[in-house]
Design a protein around this ligand. Structure first.
Ligand code: HEM
Length: 169
């Protein structure tokens, strides 16, 4: 009994820490780092690429995201009982959890893939004397806009997650 209680507390702690890291990092990057890097243009863009593509930060965000979602699913399974879904707690955690899973899917399928394509294009530009052709510039702008849109959708989903967790837990 004591061990079960301890394991639950440990899992809940891991869930909260990983979730806070994931959401916090995403908000800071989308809301502050990215706009500042864009304002600084060349140097700023290089810094942003280095931070997200070459740096370990991206890997840590992915680890935190998977940890938050998997631990959340286990916690949900533990709390689950018949009729729970129609209670405030069960419904709020379900909505919040689904929003988190959608945010993870966007992170994996859109943000990660687009960041990889931006990195490849950046390398291509570096290899051809560092100044992009018109086609490369347009391609980079399109990728950046896609990242922005996906980042905004992810941020909106995170608001739903946080409200769901606050109301339901
Ligand atoms: C961005 C991702 C997430 C964040 C930031 C997050 C955050 C939190 C926080 C802060 C709590 C504790 C709330 C409190 O004690 O007042 C919590 C609890 C909980 N979360 Fe999440 N969560 C996330 C994803 C998920 C997912 C994907 C699921 C499952 C589908 C989930 C299911 C739960 C459950 C069931 C609890 C209650 C545990 C209990 O006390 O029995 N969470 N979450």
């Amino acid at each position: 009994m004591l061990i079960r209680e301890f394991l639950f507390l440990a899992l809940r702690t891991v869930h909260v820490i990983s979730g806070v890291f994931w959401v916090g990092a995403a908000f800071v990057i989308t809301g502050f780092v990215k706009p500042t890097a864009r304002r600084l243009q060349g140097e700023g863009q290089r810094f942003f690429q280095a931070l997200l593509v070459q740096n370990r930060l991206r890997r840590w965000i992915m680890i935190a995201a998977w940890t938050a979602v998997l631990s959340g699913v286990v916690l949900y399974g533990r709390d689950w009982r018949s009729g729970w879904l129609v209670t405030r707690s069960g419904a709020a955690l379900m909505v919040g959890g689904l929003a988190a899973i959608a945010a993870l899917a966007i992170g994996m399928c859109v943000l990660r893939v687009t960041a990889d394509r931006m990195a490849a294009l950046g390398k291509e530009i570096q290899n051809t004397n560092g100044s992009p052709s018109e086609a490369q510039r347009q391609q980079m702008n399109a990728l950046q806009q896609k990242m922005d849109r996906a980042g905004r959708v992810e941020a909106a989903l995170f608001i739903v997650v946080l409200i769901g967790m606050a109301v339901g837990a």
